[in-house]
Write a protein that binds this ligand. Structure first.
Ligand SMILES: *[C@@H]1O[C@H](CO)[C@@H](O)[C@H](O)[C@H]1NC(C)=O
Ligand SMILES: *[C@@H]1O[C@H](CO)[C@@H](O)[C@H](O)[C@H]1NC(C)=O
Ligand SMILES: *[C@@H]1O[C@H](CO)[C@@H](O)[C@H](O)[C@H]1NC(C)=O
Ligand SMILES: *[C@@H]1O[C@H](CO)[C@@H](O)[C@H](O)[C@H]1NC(C)=O
Ligand SMILES: *[C@@H]1O[C@H](CO)[C@@H](O)[C@H](O)[C@H]1NC(C)=O
Ligand SMILES: *[C@@H]1O[C@H](CO)[C@@H](O)[C@H](O)[C@H]1NC(C)=O
Ligand SMILES: *[C@@H]1O[C@H](CO)[C@@H](O)[C@H](O)[C@H]1NC(C)=O
Ligand SMILES: *[C@@H]1O[C@H](CO)[C@@H](O)[C@H](O)[C@H]1NC(C)=O
Ligand SMILES: *[C@@H]1O[C@H](CO)[C@@H](O)[C@H](O)[C@H]1NC(C)=O
Ligand SMILES: CC(=O)N[C@H]1CO[C@H](CO)[C@@H](O)[C@@H]1O
Length: 423
């Protein structure tokens, strides 16, 4: 709330700061060929940052209409009983979203992330990393603080996931593009305006997720993200089901919280002041602690201080033997719904359309051009489950359980979706 206001303020500075710098490559830099080469049905996509690109997105999603195709996918899922009808929350004076009296947020029916309830079954949420792994992610970008983070990750050859806010992409298109030039960085969805999602109607949830997928798709050669993170960790069976059954998004929460967002503006919000040292001490303790379960740490690219706290503690990952990677790397899964990673071929896919049931890596490096067809026409999810193991792990059974569990869920989901969407 106060925080959302600050986000917009920071974001509007972003345009000035970023255009004054020269961090991103000029538009004629050869790196753009990489993106041109990879575009899917991209003939019609306007250039990122152009006025035409800008005008594609709603000015105000609070009164926008859900596009027909997204609504049709939702209506089908709802009619099939896949989207539960549970009450919305309201945010109380304590800042916590609350359900109506009598509703149990920890019941299997509601299972609210705010109350630490973890959803299992087809829509399984990710809270933990496999043992020994750190699933690395940063929330709330792209922002003026992002370039130093992205430069550092690139220097280190470190994969990471960036949970992006749609309106921040709109405000900072070249920060987005600059960070995504490094194919080791994957974008994920952190909603269009960063609300408490359980306060939102189904239609508003559709808009928050759908437009963020759309702007990423349009700005990244047609690639569609596979993961989303609910702001404040606030989701429940209804919101997670809409994300999964309409947009095929897997929900990623976390199991440790740095509170580094409180570093953002201590003078405006004195109650929120925490020190760099507090964040660094927490990170140091977690990275020196037990390897079971693996870590998914909530960190932000929301201030220079937050970025520096990560950078200062980064050596501990390797020193303490953690295997650190982006969310798709950590779970050995595709980064996108329609492409294995940022350099793999892209199968054209509209938002809320049924993705190819298998997005696997090319069978052999030389077969990269035929892999599109193979990926697109594969009739089962087997190659996702069997997906090439990353060479980062030296224990093939380590995390295999979690990967198998998620793949099974994904396969189940894919099977249900096939049923649901085929009539
Ligand atoms: C990608 O899209 C651009 C237009 O946005 C087009 O000029 C280019 O030829 C396309 N590349 C391929 C390989 O389709
Ligand atoms: C795009 O939209 C943002 C937010 O509305 C605005 O700040 C920016 O100036 C616009 N850019 C262009 C090129 O129209
Ligand atoms: C939505 O509200 C904004 C003001 O917040 C207004 O400019 C715009 O015209 C409205 N759009 C629709 C479709 O009502
Ligand atoms: C959803 O639940 C509310 C009350 O909790 C009820 O008024 C409404 O009719 C229900 N909608 C559907 C589609 O079942
Ligand atoms: C989901 O599984 C986890 C791990 O076994 C468990 O802690 C959690 O309570 C389960 N959630 C529900 C709603 O049963
Ligand atoms: C926190 O770290 C940032 C970045 O290193 C630095 O600019 C800032 O002064 C530090 N804050 C305090 C209170 O030390
Ligand atoms: C790999 O295994 C060795 C022991 O066999 C261990 O010392 C090392 O930390 C492991 N590497 C990772 C990245 O876990
Ligand atoms: C993308 O995946 C392919 C196939 O597994 C692999 O050869 C390539 O190195 C990957 N690219 C990146 C940037 O990870
Ligand atoms: C591999 O990881 C699994 C799961 O964490 C563990 O049970 C097993 O002991 C590990 N094996 C080796 C050789 O480290
Ligand atoms: C694990 C750990 O170090 N947790 C600490 C994080 O920082 C807070 C203070 O903000 C401590 O209370 C926790 O113990």
């Amino acid at each position: 709330m106060a925080r959302a206001g600050t986000l917009f303020l920071l974001a509007s500075f972003g345009v000035i700061v970023v255009s004054a710098g020269n961090w991103h490559h000029p538009r004629d830099h050869p790196v753009y060929d990489l993106f041109k080469r990879q575009n899917a049905s991209a003939g019609a996509l306007p250039a990122i940052g152009s006025a035409q690109w800008n005008s594609t997105y709603p000015e105000d999603i609070s009164n926008a209409t859900v596009p027909d195709a997204w609504m049709a996918a939702y209506t089908t899922a709802k009619a099939a009983g896949l989207i539960p009808n549970i009450s919305l929350t309201t945010v109380g004076a304590d800042g916590v979203p609350a359900y109506p009296a009598g509703d149990d947020p920890n019941s299997a029916e509601i299972c609210s992330g705010t109350y630490q309830c973890r959803i299992n079954g087809t829509t399984t949420e990710i809270w933990d990393a496999p043992d020994g792994h750190v699933g690395l992610g940063f929330d709330d970008g792209p922002l003026p603080y992002s370039p130093p983070l992205c430069d550092f990750l690139k220097q280190q050859g470190q994969t990471a996931t960036h949970f992006y806010i749609g309106t921040n992409i709109l405000q900072n298109p070249f920060v987005f593009q600059g960070c995504m030039e490094d194919p080791l960085q994957t974008p994920a969805v952190h909603t269009w305006t960063h609300p408490y999602m359980t306060t939102k109607t189904d239609e508003q949830v559709l808009l928050e997720l759908g437009w963020t997928m759309q702007i990423i798709h349009d700005s990244l050669g047609g690639r569609l993200p596979r993961f989303w993170r609910p702001p404040y960790g606030d989701t429940d069976t209804r919101v997670t089901a809409i994300a999964y059954y309409v947009y095929h998004l897997t929900t990623v929460v976390w199991n440790q919280d740095t509170n580094d967002w409180m570093l953002e503006d201590p003078t405006d919000n004195p109650d929120n002041v925490i020190t760099n040292q507090t964040v660094i001490t927490n990170l140091t303790n977690w990275l020196s602690g037990p390897k079971t379960p693996g870590l998914i740490i909530l960190e932000h690219e929301l201030s220079s201080s937050a970025v520096q706290c990560f950078i200062q503690t980064y050596p501990l990952h390797a020193q303490n033997g953690w295997i650190t990677g982006s969310i798709p790397d950590t779970f050995d899964q595709a980064a996108f719904l329609n492409s294995w990673n940022a350099t793999s071929p892209v199968t054209p896919l509209d938002i809320a359309a049924t993705p190819p049931s298998s997005v696997g890596p090319p069978a052999a490096p030389a077969a990269a051009t035929t892999a599109v067809a193979a990926g697109a026409s594969a009739s089962s999810g087997a190659s996702v489950a069997a997906g090439a193991s990353k060479s980062t792990s030296n224990n093939s059974s380590n995390g295999a359980g979690s990967i198998a569990a998620i793949s099974t869920a994904a396969l189940l989901g894919a099977a249900l979706c096939t049923l649901v969407f085929s009539y």
